[in-house]
Design a protein around this ligand. Structure first.
Ligand code: GLY
Length: 396
């Protein structure tokens, strides 16, 4: 069975479920290509999910160079990094507001022999892949960023790694979407959608396509017009809890994103973020003082000026992982239902690339070569799924 072509004259109507950075970026791209778009979110206002709990790092080089095992993810990360300057400018233009996009580059530092080896392998990987990287002595590192007066032996500057403020990012994206005529429906937990030639939502609206961008939350169930389940074939999201600490900004804070092997510092104008734990399988948002103290201890080791900074806040966010830690982007086993899920550590970075892939598929019917490795049906053990899109299972 095939759904009506999205390229027919009437604009395609798309429901996006989830108002995190992925859902909003997808909505913006679809709207700019002529779709009518409504975004649903369970939260009463923007920011119910993990995006505003993220660090907002755009680690195209840091993540890409480290990604030896998954070349497709490396390529997607790099492509996303290249899209970001225009994406940031577009959001700022359409919302008339700043997202604190910074292209100062990221620093990676080593504190001991083992980390010196790690640093060197990261630098070599960057060079092998034509990613700009500068090797820095401890003195050169301090000249780059005067806050790094702690136990640093050497470092790297990754000039193409950038950052944004994720709180501003979400707010500005929402403002841009409203101005573009995208409906934002908050306080709507969509639990069940009736599929057929179109998709009927609980509020009575019908859509031609549905994009699932629910992050670590459960996605709605699909049923046919006579209520038979329509399995999407998606695997369960793997939650990975991350605890984070926010300290008051001061002159003693680094100006750059700084990574060690086990902690990162991401300075924003409102606060300095120090993250993060990675607790696989945990979906509670409890914050543990000992975990926060450990994060601060590691950050202070390299930037001692953070020792006495006032703690402004702390939280835990739930990263949406997948069985292979790579995202699920593309059509599910229910024709017309697309996944934009499982972005794990890199939702902010990957948002514009995901949006481009989903919009091309919906508007032009084209599957990007970049997306082939992220087929949502690549796992054998997805929900109830028949892993074939040919038998749609619609009981119309
Ligand atoms: N992207 C940083 C983190 O997941 O902690």
């Amino acid at each position: 069975m095939s759904l009506p072509s999205a390229s027919r004259k009437a604009p395609v109507r798309v429901a996006v479920i989830g108002a995190g950075v992925i859902g909003l970026a997808v909505a913006l791209e679809l709207r700019s290509r002529g779709a009518e778009v409504v975004v649903y979110d369970r939260g009463m206002e923007i920011g119910a999910g993990v995006t505003i709990r993220a660090a907002g790092m755009l680690g195209a080089a840091f993540e890409w160079a480290a990604e030896d095992d998954n070349r497709a993810l490396a390529a997607l990360s790099r492509h996303a990094g290249m899209l970001w300057p225009d994406f940031a400018a577009r959001i700022e233009r359409l919302s008339s507001g700043s997202i604190e996009y910074s292209d100062e580059g990221a620093l990676v530092v080593a504190r001991n022999d083992a980390e010196m080896d790690w640093l060197e392998s990261l630098a070599a990987a960057c060079q092998a892949r034509d990613l700009p990287v500068d090797r820095l002595s401890a003195a050169a590192l301090r000249a780059q960023d005067g806050a790094l007066t702690g136990a640093v032996r050497a470092g790297l500057l990754l000039p193409e790694d950038r950052q944004v403020d994720p709180v501003l990012l979400l707010q500005r994206l929402a403002a841009a979407l409203s101005r573009q005529g995208v409906g934002l429906r908050f306080g709507r937990q969509v639990e069940r959608i009736v599929g057929g030639q179109t998709f009927l939502f609980p509020d009575g609206d019908r859509f031609d396509r549905v994009v699932l961008a629910t992050g670590a939350q459960s996605a709605p169930a699909f049923v046919g017009p006579r209520h038979a389940p329509l399995p999407t074939g998606l695997p369960a999201v793997l939650p990975v809890k991350g605890q984070m600490l926010a300290l008051a900004p001061s002159d003693a804070m680094p100006r750059h994103v700084v990574h060690t092997r086990d902690v990162y510092i991401a300075p924003k104008s409102r606060w300095v973020l120090i993250g993060a734990t990675a607790e696989r399988g945990r979906s509670d948002t409890t914050v543990v003082p000992a975990a926060l103290a450990e994060l601060r201890r590691k950050a202070v080791e390299i930037a001692p000026g953070l020792a006495n900074a006032l703690e402004l806040s702390s939280w835990a966010g739930i990263r949406p992982g997948s069985p292979d830690d790579a995202p699920l982007i593309g059509e599910t086993a229910v024709p017309g239902v697309l996944a934009a899920l499982g972005h794990y550590r890199n939702g902010v970075l990957l948002a514009p690339a995901t949006a481009e892939i989903i919009a091309s598929q919906i508007i032009d019917g084209k599957v990007s070569p970049l997306a082939a490795a992220f087929d949502p049906l690549r796992f054998d053990n997805g929900d109830e799924a028949p892993h074939s899109r040919s038998g749609s299972g619609l009981d119309k």
